[in-house]
Design a protein around this ligand. Structure first.
Ligand code: ATP
Ligand code: MG
Length: 339
């Protein structure tokens, strides 16, 4: 990764609060703070993993980047240029550069379109003549290791989950995007199929020079595929950095707890007690100060009073952490000594 070049994608101060249906007429208007002041960048050619417990805002972040939902505030730049999503040509341009693949392979495909028509749909709607789009679809099927003669005429219900997900990748790649957001894209597959599809993804990335944002709750998979990892907790980025730093020297107590509670790959090693007990607090009314403090073994008064800021690193490939323990002047009794 080259930290000197401008990032391919940069998100700054992204925020999305979802309104919650009022329980009774006249009840106060409540919101779920799904993504709150999130900033990060993705370098061209890297895989950035996003991890965190269910409901922490991973998918909302991906959907905001794709402009599938509108942020309340914040800005997103692609290759240094702001994305103007209000204008249809801006959105069309965005969809050429960025694509997203979701977990549910079946829901993403039109059941009435054959595989090849489904893949050709994108190029067709961007003006490619029928024959050219068809040819492109066949090439893409070969690229995702499905025989075009055998699989092109089939319909989604005639495919296995792994095959359907390959078709979804082919569809995502049809407009030759630079960035692909993979939201739990392999999570629904059986473990052996998952490994094959992951390897295919990594091969495609190399061959086509792609950049990935890889969202998953599976810490082992994220470690396997990522160059850098972003850890989210209740709508906030708590830590971001190179994969080896995050996995071998996690600084944030949440990252430490998350890693300590992951299932071991070795079935003989069983975790005795999960260090992460209970569920995250309600995102409608998150704790003051540090949102993790109610589950953190190191919490002190300062953690309730002041929000720890994610000290952004000077370079995209350095580690950044939002924790008073890591900030010399925070007032936490165990704060790291100034270096
Ligand atoms: N359209 C919506 N309307 C209201 N609340 C929403 C909406 N989408 C997401 N949320 C809420 O926002 C929060 C973040 O959700 P999100 O789906 O981004 O989490 P996630 O990290 O992707 O979780 P998971 O691992 O379960 O996929 C959750 O509390 C969720 O209930
Ligand atoms: Mg999700």
């Amino acid at each position: 990764m080259n930290s000197a070049s401008a990032p391919l994608l940069a998100a700054r101060n992204l925020r999305k609060y979802f309104p919650v249906k009022a329980q009774w007429i006249g009840a106060p208007r409540l919101t779920v703070q799904a993504v709150d002041d999130v900033s990060f960048a993705i370098a061209a050619g890297e895989t950035l993993g996003i991890v965190g417990e269910s409901g922490c805002g991973k998918s909302t972040t991906g959907r905001l980047l794709m402009h599938l939902i509108k942020p309340d505030s914040g800005d997103i730049r692609f290759a240094g240029k702001p994305i103007v999503a209000d204008d249809p040509s801006g959105l069309r341009e965005l969809r050429r550069h960025m694509q997203m693949v979701f977990q549910d392979s079946y829901a993403s495909l039109n059941p009435r379109l054959s595989v090849q028509d489904s893949i050709a749909f994108g190029p067709r709607s961007h003006g490619a003549p029928r024959e050219k789009a068809r040819r492109k679809a066949r090439e893409l099927l070969s690229l995702v290791k499905l025989d075009p003669d055998q699989f092109g005429p089939r319909y989604p219900h005639e495919l296995s989950g792994g095959q359907r997900q390959r078709v979804n990748f082919a569809r995502a790649l049809a407009l030759e995007p630079k960035l692909v957001i993979l939201d739990e894209a392999v999570s629904a597959l059986d473990k052996s199929i998952e490994a094959q599809v992951l390897n295919l993804l990594m091969d495609l990335k190399r061959e086509l020079g792609l950049t990935y944002l890889f969202i998953s709750h599976d810490l082992n998979v994220v470690q396997y595929v990522s160059d850098r990892v972003l850890v989210m907790y209740l709508g906030k980025v708590v830590e971001i950095g190179p994969v080896d730093e995050i996995y071998h020297r996690p600084r944030h107590p949440y990252t430490q707890a998350l890693l300590a509670s992951r299932p071991s790959l070795d079935p003989d090693i069983k975790i005795k007690e999960s260090p992460l007990v209970g569920d995250p607090p309600n995102p409608i009314n998150p704790p003051s100060g540090c949102r993790f403090r109610t589950r953190c073994p190191y919490a002190e008064a300062v953690c309730a009073e002041k929000e720890p800021l994610l000290i952004s690193a000077a370079h995209i490939d350095e580690l950044a952490v939002a924790c008073h323990l890591q900030s010399p002047q925070s007032g936490h009794s165990k704060a790291a000594a100034p270096s």
